[in-house]
Design a protein around this ligand. Structure first.
Ligand code: NAD
Length: 353
């Protein structure tokens, strides 16, 4: 049996990752998630409790993390837990520093003690990060590779950049087998409806206005979440400690084009009273809004033989289908009912005691 400690496994990417790794019956996951507003117990509530041990708690709670490590003896840690929404980081950066920086430090410290305390040759700590740490690109600039200078522009990106530096230092100074991944924008099932694709998709379905920042010409690279999770699995299996891998979808798009595609897809699937493009509402741009991100993912392709398997049109269609089929999942978020699960079940609290 392989045991993984996954942090943030009730969030968007973490819950997809947990589902994907549990497809292998020899894997067991200890899922540590604080269930902030972005965490949703319902995203993982159907998983087999014998192989999915959910613990509601904070990565910054050293006593809890130490106890989980010693009790479950994981073979690796995959660290997703973070405050992840740029707009919220602009309104109130404190939680971002607390979780993304200090929480990551606590987790690294606990992982180091654990790793030093036994024969753990294959142990890996995968720190999941973002392309946003590299800042913004001009329209003709080459895509970010792993040697690109860090130049984070939002409090979110700055907090993730700080965490990346800590993760790197814990490898260089203490030898902890850390690997860092920097990925572009993800989309797919279970994404909290404050991020661009689920927000636009749900608003368009409900006939509500579709807010688009500035001129909508900010360009992002998009990757289907299942492909990101597969990349992390490749990194866990064969990545080199101390190495950084950029992960991207080779699918650079302007935000407005993404919104147009979503409107047109929905008009075909669920025709509304008028074309949904008419709901687009250009709103004042986000301060410090990065203009362009693009990722050069050739290193992970060449060294670990990973490449995206889903193209953007196919992934977007799958995502639209999922949100159409899983209305209950997002309606419970919209009306706040999902928060009733935030304190977890009695079993979770026993796990976290
Ligand atoms: P998310 O906001 O959907 O999920 C974050 C999860 O972390 C939530 O379940 C939340 O409850 C949990 N969490 C927050 N603070 C915690 C704490 N102190 N202790 C324990 N759990 C805590 O985020 P996501 O989009 O799934 O992103 C996951 C990771 O991937 C993040 O580190 C993010 O920076 C990175 N990333 C995201 C994207 C993207 O497009 N979403 C792209 C690249 C990298």
């Amino acid at each position: 049996m392989t045991t993984l400690l996954v942090t943030g496994g009730a969030g968007f990417i973490g819950s997809n990752f947990v589902r994907q790794v549990l497809d292998d019956p020899s894997v067991r996951v200890v899922n540590l998630d604080l269930l902030t507003y972005a965490g949703n117990r319902e995203s993982v509530s159907d998983l087999d409790p014998a192989r999915h041990i959910f613990v509601q708690g904070d990565i910054g709670d050293r006593a809890l993390v130490q106890r989980l490590l010693s009790e479950h003896q994981p073979d690796g840690i995959v660290h997703f837990a973070a405050e992840s929404h740029v707009d919220r980081s602009i309104d109130d950066p404190t939680a971002f520093i607390r979780t993304n920086v200090l929480g990551t430090q606590a987790l690294l410290d606990c992982a180091l003690d654990y790793w030093r305390g036994g024969e753990r040759d294959g142990f890996r700590f995968v720190h999941v990060s973002t392309d946003e740490v590299y800042g913004t690109l001009g329209s003709d600039d080459a895509a970010f590779d792993e040697s690109h200078r860090y130049a984070p522009n939002s409090p979110y990106a700055a907090s993730k950049a700080a965490a990346d530096h800590l993760a790197r230092a814990w490898h260089r100074t203490y030898g902890l087998p850390v690997i860092i991944t920097n990925c572009s924008n993800n989309y797919g099932p279970y994404q909290f409806p404050e991020k661009l694709i689920p927000l636009i998709l749900i608003n368009a379905l409900e006939g509500e206005r579709l807010p688009v920042y500035g001129d909508g010409q900010q360009r992002r690279d998009w990757l289907f979440v299942g492909d990101h999770c597969a990349a992390i699995q490749r990194v866990m299996a064969d990545g080199r400690p101390g190495r950084v891998y950029n992960v991207g979808g080779n699918a650079e798009m302007a935000n407005l084009d993404v919104v147009h595609l979503l409107c047109d897809l929905l008009d075909k699937r669920v025709p509304g009273p008028k074309p949904r493009r008419e709901l687009i509402d250009f709103v004042q741009d986000r301060p410090g809004h990065d203009r362009r991100y693009a990722v050069n993912a050739s290193r992970i392709g060449e060294e670990l033989r990973w490449s995206p398997s889903v193209d953007f049109a196919g992934g977007l269609a799958r995502t639209v289908d999922w949100y159409l089929e899983q209305r209950d999942w997002w309606q419970r978020i919209r009306d706040g009912r999902y928060r009733s699960e935030r304190l977890g079940t009695a079993a979770d609290r026993v796990g976290a005691a």
